[in-house]
Design a protein around this ligand. Structure first.
Ligand code: SF4
Length: 317
């Protein structure tokens, strides 16, 4: 893209890090500095679109105690992961859209190794379209499921070019009309490229919400709604990053490091697991899985009893 400086690894969306510019557009890169910690909380600007869900009918009202507990969890998360940020490298909203599509069933590290060559060739939606599916598939093959991903990216670029004048739209309602862009991806883009607070409910956020008793739900949209009720809007994006980092580094699905966890005093999951006689069938609903029992070692096989050796000369005649 004209006017781009040399490509740098760009931290994303962290309200815990200072921004050197306002939110970017497709032509204006979003730049942030890494490693600075939150000093003043971001404020929501007037007129900015919101990702707030309507209050669910029948949902229990959130009491003061639950909100106070949520605040403590948030503070502990911010203290533990002051640098939490989106791990995907990008410089424009379009790049973040493409990187997020590629990150499905793939590690962020692998995506970050794949995208530089792709982003060097494609800066506008039209560039992806003129690349064609075969060449695009080749460039993204290493991220897996490359045919489906190429189809999503090309379909998405077509919609972005034709319906949105070549730029990613800035509202959730418009973003979810783009192929490959569900509510989760839309929240990633809004929170990290456009500074619009959004809660990204991925597998880590889902698991931690359950373990920390932040939500009883299993449906990501309902979890998002519960978290929106508990946490201030200005914190939604950074909360997502912090939960994802905590899930990756400490609260692993199989082996949570509860003894080392800064949220230990606020979390009843270890007690629940200790007192539950057996792991329930719906392991996901229980917020994860119990650490796998060590595999039983195969017993050393006894040597087959050899037939007693006949003594020489003992045969009676
Ligand atoms: S105490 Fe254990 S289960 Fe609870 S958040 Fe920490 S690591 Fe996860």
């Amino acid at each position: 893209m004209a006017g781009h400086e040399s490509r740098t690894k760009t931290g994303t969306g962290s309200s815990a890090r200072s921004r050197s510019r306002g939110p970017g557009t497709a032509d204006e890169p979003v730049r942030e500095s890494r490693g600075t910690t939150r000093s003043t909380p971001p404020t929501r600007r007037a007129g900015r679109p919101s990702t707030r869900l309507p209050r669910r009918a029948g949902a229990d009202p959130i009491d003061v105690e639950a909100k106070a507990r949520a605040r403590k969890i948030l503070r502990a998360l911010y203290r533990t992961h002051p640098d939490a940020h989106c791990a995907l490298d990008f410089q424009t909203p379009l790049e973040l859209y493409v990187a997020t599509v590629l990150s499905a069933q793939c590690t962020d590290e692998r995506v970050n190794k794949t995208t530089p060559a792709l982003f060097a060739r494609c800066r506008r939606p039209e560039d992806y379209l003129s690349l064609g599916s075969e060449r695009l598939e080749e460039l993204i093959r290493s991220t897996g499921f490359f045919r489906n991903k190429a189809r999503s990216i090309l379909g998405g670029c077509q919609v972005i070019a034709e319906e949105f004048g070549g730029e990613l739209p800035r509202t959730l309602e418009e973003l979810v009309r783009i192929p490959g862009c569900g509510r989760k991806t839309a929240n990633v883009i809004l929170g990290n490229a456009f500074d619009t607070p959004g809660i990204t409910v991925d597998t880590h956020v889902q698991r931690l919400s359950k373990r920390l008793d932040l939500s009883e739900e299993t449906d990501p949209v309902k979890i998002e709604s519960d978290l929106q009720e508990l946490f201030p809007e200005k914190d939604w994006t950074q909360l997502s990053h912090s939960l994802i980092w905590h899930g990756r580094q400490i609260c692993d699905a199989r082996k949570p490091l509860c003894d080392r966890c800064s949220l230990r005093k606020l979390c009843r999951y270890p007690e629940r697991m200790a007192s539950s006689p057996a792991l329930p069938k719906a392991t996901k609903a229980a917020g994860g899985t119990r650490p796998k029992a060590a595999k039983a070692r195969p017993r050393p096989q006894k040597a087959a009893a050899a037939p007693p050796a006949k003594k020489r000369g003992s045969k009676r005649v």
